[in-house]
Design a protein around this ligand. Structure first.
Ligand SMILES: NC(=O)c1ccc[n+]([C@@H]2O[C@H](COP(=O)([O-])OP(=O)(O)OC[C@H]3O[C@@H](n4cnc5c(N)ncnc54)[C@H](O)[C@@H]3O)[C@@H](O)[C@H]2O)c1
Length: 258
């Protein structure tokens, strides 16, 4: 399939597990991919994934909480490739793990800055570039924690509920401009983020926590980054032309019920 031939996709959090898989997926379907991440030293892996999948890559180190740097990655995409068709607004952090009444203000502010302000700035700066290119598609990464409450990571859960609100509001505001906006809501996916949460909760027993988390999922396993990337690519493509303002769980049945 070449759903993105001649198209330009920006992926934030491109050095992380889900972002890396999305970079490879967009590239394999013909896109030129702009890989954005704060972890500049790790962007080489994203470039390798994009080029390995037959795509053209541009890496842009940027902090998604910084408006000048967000404007910078959008401008870099336009300068290098002349247009912007897709934004996978995916960079995120989990914060620390603690009950709400013990949670630190510093970690709360960091989580909201990256997961909410970062997503908002991405929409704010990428949407005009998409409109200039004749339309486009924004896919935000929310979470099942953006659909349900989550013990121990309340700021993260609040931030992902906010991503849902930004997604729906942006979809309404941009509906007649040819820019669609949707969100994916993954359950646990095999990336650094889950290893971090398992270690916070389990300490030396992180493997037991991982086993317990997996057993709570109807399909009895975590998802793989490439499984999220497949949904993101569909939502970003013209095949999803009538879909905007929607939230898509990708969760092995987790939100289907008990
Ligand atoms: N892994 C899961 O189980 C899971 C489940 C639901 C949602 N998510 C969401 O998926 C997204 C991707 O997470 P992941 O699982 O690939 O984790 P990850 O930690 O592997 O990747 C996150 C990436 O975001 C980057 N990042 C963090 N702060 C940034 C900033 N200020 N500016 C630019 N880049 C920044 C990190 O450097 C990292 O490369 C996140 O939004 C996360 O909340 C993950």
């Amino acid at each position: 399939m070449s759903r993105f031939t001649g198209r330009v996709a920006i992926v934030t959090g491109a050095a992380g597990g889900i972002g890396l898989a999305a970079c490879a997926r967009f590239a394999s379907e013909g896109a030129s991919v702009v890989a954005v991440d704060l972890a500049s030293a790790d962007l080489g892996a994203a470039v390798a994934a994009i080029e390995g999948a037959g795509g053209t890559a541009l890496s842009v180190p940027a902090d998604v909480t910084n408006s000048a740097q967000v404007a910078g990655y959008v401008n870099a995409a336009r300068e290098a490739f002349g247009r912007v068709d897709v934004l996978f607004n995916n960079a995120g952090i989990e914060g620390t793990y603690a009950p709400m009444i013990e949670y630190s203000e510093e970690s709360f502010d960091q989580v909201i800055a990256v997961n909410v302000r970062g997503v908002w700035l991405g929409i704010k700066y990428a949407a005009p570039a998409m409109i200039a290119s004749g339309g486009g598609s924004i896919v935000n990464t929310a979470s099942v924690a953006g659909l349900l409450g989550s013990r121990g990571i309340s700021p993260y859960s609040a931030s992902k509920h906010a991503v849902a609100g930004l997604t729906k509001s942006a979809a309404l505001e941009l509906a007649t401009s040819g820019v669609r906006v949707n969100a994916v809501c993954p359950a646990p996916i095999e990336t650094r983020m889950m290893r971090s949460l398992e270690a916070y909760i389990g300490g030396d027993d992180a493997d037991d926590i991982r086993k317990r988390f997996a057993e709570r999922l109807p399909v009895q396993r975590y998802g793989e980054p490439h499984e999220v990337a497949a949904l993101v690519a569909f939502l970003a493509s013209d095949e999803a032309s009538y879909i905007t303002g929607s939230l898509y769980p990708i969760d092995g049945g987790f939100t289907a019920g008990r």
